[in-house]
Design a protein around this ligand. Structure first.
Ligand SMILES: O=P(O)(O)OC[C@H]1O[C@H](OP(=O)(O)OP(=O)(O)O)[C@H](O)[C@@H]1O
Ligand code: HPA
Length: 179
């Protein structure tokens, strides 16, 4: 897979540093509380695990699966709920974990879903924020890195479902898109 990568943007070590920093911030901010962590599948699994290992707090964990990129590098504009949240979120303080916020449509959808379910408080934690991709005005509370306006893969992020298992985040060579 390394041969398909044009440029590494964030190394394994840099990502580990960001996860540790955010885990420690969360530990400080949620002292004395018991939040519910919700990880947005599939992309956020890697970051969720690494942040949680640094989050010293009583917390339960659930997953939601939403999808809007059906192959390729462009959002379909429509967010599909593939797997619902199984935990009762009424009155809960939620930490939503994402791999990337790009157009912001997925996050907007998720925040509305959590509000409808009666969540008390919603904070958003993302490895990558791509502000230039935004079509919806929405922000995260905890950000690993601000990423340039490029399609990125690795560490959970896919292109046509591949490259999620790269241990770093990078940009694909143009030739990969022509295959
Ligand atoms: O801000 P947006 O433009 O909405 O993009 C961000 C979302 O896109 C990706 O999910 P995707 O729909 O590709 O599903 P996946 O995580 O299963 O790959 C990513 O994991 C985010 O959830
Ligand atoms: O840059 C990206 N890479 C992979 N998946 C994504 N989903 C939104 N933006 C991206």
């Amino acid at each position: 897979m390394d041969n398909d990568i044009e440029k590494v943007l964030y190394s394994r070590e840099e990502i580990a540093g960001a996860a540790k920093r955010i885990g420690k911030e969360l530990t400080h901010d949620y002292e004395g509380r018991q939040p519910l962590v919700i990880s947005v599948l599939k992309g956020a699994i890697f970051f969720t695990v690494d942040v949680l290992k640094e989050f010293d707090c009583y917390t339960d964990i659930d997953f939601v699966d939403v999808s809007s990129y059906h192959g390729g590098t462009e959002s379909s504009g429509k967010v599909d709920l593939v797997r619902e949240i199984n935990t009762d979120i009424k009155g809960r303080d939620i930490i939503l974990i994402e791999d990337i916020i790009d157009t912001g449509r997925t996050l907007e959808y998720m925040v509305n879903l959590l509000k409808q379910g009666g969540a008390n408080d919603i904070k958003v934690c993302t490895l990558l924020d791509k502000p230039e991709g935004r079509v919806v005005d929405i922000k995260a509370n905890y950000v690993g890195f601000n990423v340039p306006n490029e399609f990125v893969v690795g560490y959970g992020l896919d292109y046509n479902e591949l490259y999620r298992n790269l241990p770093y985040v990078g940009i694909l060579k143009p030739a990969v898109y022509q295959k």
